[in-house]
Ligand binder design. Structure first.
Ligand code: FAD
Length: 298
C-alpha cells in the first residue's frame, strides 16, 4: 500500500462514529466509556441510532443530550418515519434542535412488523427518507446524511430503482450518504460508479463494520442487504471459542478493508462501533488518525 503509508495521511482523513442508545444503566456507562475513549480522535461527528418505540426514542434523546453537555462532540440524531405523523416527526426535530442538534441522519426505517414484511407508511406521515430529508432542510436547514446501499436495498427490485431513491434524497437536499456496511470493496466502487453516472455527486461515505462477533454479523447481514463473502466466513471459521484471536482477525480484516479504500482514493469513513471503542480506535490509528492531545505533544 503506497498512499496508506504516507505519514501525512491522517490529516486528510475524516471519520465519524455510530452508536446505538443503551438499554440499561450499565450499558449506558459502557457506552460513555467508549465515547470518552473515541472523543480525543476528534471525529467530524458521531451519530446515535433511533428506534420506533417511545422508550427507544427517549434513550436516543438522552444519549444525545449527554453528548452535547459533557463532550465536545457534534452529535447527529438518526430519525425515521415509522409509525408517526408529519406533525409528530416535526415535533421531534424541533425538540432536537432546541437541544442544540445541528445534524441528522434521515431514514425511512423498517416495518414495525419486522424486516421482510411490507413497509406501510403512516397515512399522515413522511413516506420515505427523501421526504424526511426535505422536512429537515425546510425546518432548520440542518446537515443531513441519508442511507445508501452498495448491494441495493433488499426492497429495491434493481439498482436503477435503488439509485433513483438516492437521487430523490439528493434532490431533497441530502449533504452526504452513508452506506450500509459491506465487505467487498469492489461492490462499493461499482456502486459509486453507478451513482456518479446517475448524476449524483454528494459524498458516498463507506460504512465500516468492524466484526466484533462474526456469528451475529452473519446472522443479520442478509436482512440488511449486505453479503458475506466466502473468504470472510473462512477467515473466522474455527474461531468460535477463541475470542482474543477473533478480535485480532477482525482488526486485521477491517484495517485491510479501510487501507484498500484509502488506496482507491477514499478519505471519509463512518464506523459502526457497536458501542465498543477498541476496533474503531485501532483502525483509526492505522490510517494515521490519532488523539489530538497526543498529536500536539508529539
Ligand atoms: P429509503 O431510502 O427511504 O427507501 C429504501 C428503499 O425502499 C428504496 O431503495 C426503495 O427500494 C424502497 N422505496 C421506498 N420508498 C419508495 C417509493 N416511494 N417508491 C419505490 N420504492 C421505494 N434503521 C432504524 O430503524 N434506525 C436507525 O437509526 C437506522 N440507521 C441507519 C443508518 C444507516 C447509515 C443505514 C444505511 C441504515 C439505517 N437504518 C436504521 C436501517 C434503515 O431504516 C432500513 O434499511 C430501512 O429498511 C430503509 O430505510 P432508508 O432510509 O434507507 O429507506
Amino acid at each position: 500500500y503506497r498512499l496508506s503509508r504516507s505519514p501525512e495521511l491522517g490529516k486528510k482523513i475524516s471519520i465519524s462514529f455510530e452508536f446505538f442508545p443503551p438499554k440499561t444503566d450499565e450499558m449506558a456507562e459502557r457506552l460513555w466509556e467508549t465515547v470518552k475513549r473515541l472523543e480525543p480522535i476528534a471525529p467530524k461527528f458521531v451519530s446515535v441510532t433511533y428506534g420506533a418505540g417511545g422508550s427507544t426514542r427517549e434513550r436516543t434523546s438522552r444519549t444525545i443530550e449527554r453528548m452535547l453537555s459533557e463532550s465536545a462532540l457534534s452529535p447527529a440524531a438518526h430519525l425515521t418515519c415509522v409509525d408517526a405523523t408529519k406533525e409528530e416527526v416535526d415535533h421531534v426535530i424541533e425538540d432536537f434542535a432546541q437541544m442544540g442538534v445541528k445534524r441528522f441522519v434521515a431514514l425511512r426505517g423498517d416495518p414495525t412488523a419486522g424486516v421482510g414484511t411490507a413497509y406501510q407508511p403512516h397515512p399522515g406521515g413522511y413516506s420515505n427518507g427523501a421526504e424526511l430529508c426535505g422536512a429537515l432542510k425546510r425546518i432548520g436547514n440542518f446537515d443531513v446524511s441519508v442511507s445508501a446501499y452498495p448491494e441495493k436495498h433488499p426492497e429495491s427490485p434493481d439498482f436503477a430503482t435503488d439509485i433513483d431513491m438516492l437521487k430523490r434524497k439528493v434532490d431533497s437536499g441530502a449533504d452526504r450518504a452513508i452506506t450500509q456496511f459491506f465487505f467487498d470493496n469492489d461492490l462499493y466502487e461499482r456502486y459509486v460508479e453507478r451513482v456518479r453516472k446517475a448524476g449524483i455527486y454528494i459524498p458516498i461515505v463507506p460504512g465500516i463494520l468492524p466484526i466484533h462477533n462474526f456469528k451475529q454479523v452473519a446472522g443479520f447481514a442478509g436482512r440488511c442487504g449486505a453479503s458475506i463473502p466466502t473468504w470472510l466466513a473462512e477467515r473466522f471459521s474455527g474461531l468460535e471459542n477463541e475470542p482474543q484471536t477473533h478480535q485480532l482477525v477482525a482488526a486485521a480484516i477491517a484495517a485491510e478493508q479501510v487501507l484498500d479504500l484509502v488506496e482507491r482514493g477514499i478519505d471519509d469513513f463512518h464506523f459502526y462501533t457497536m458501542n465498543r471503542a477498541d476496533l474503531p480506535f485501532a483502525i483509526a490509528h492505522m490510517i494515521g488518525v490519532r488523539p489530538k492531545v497526543a498529536e500536539a505533544a508529539a
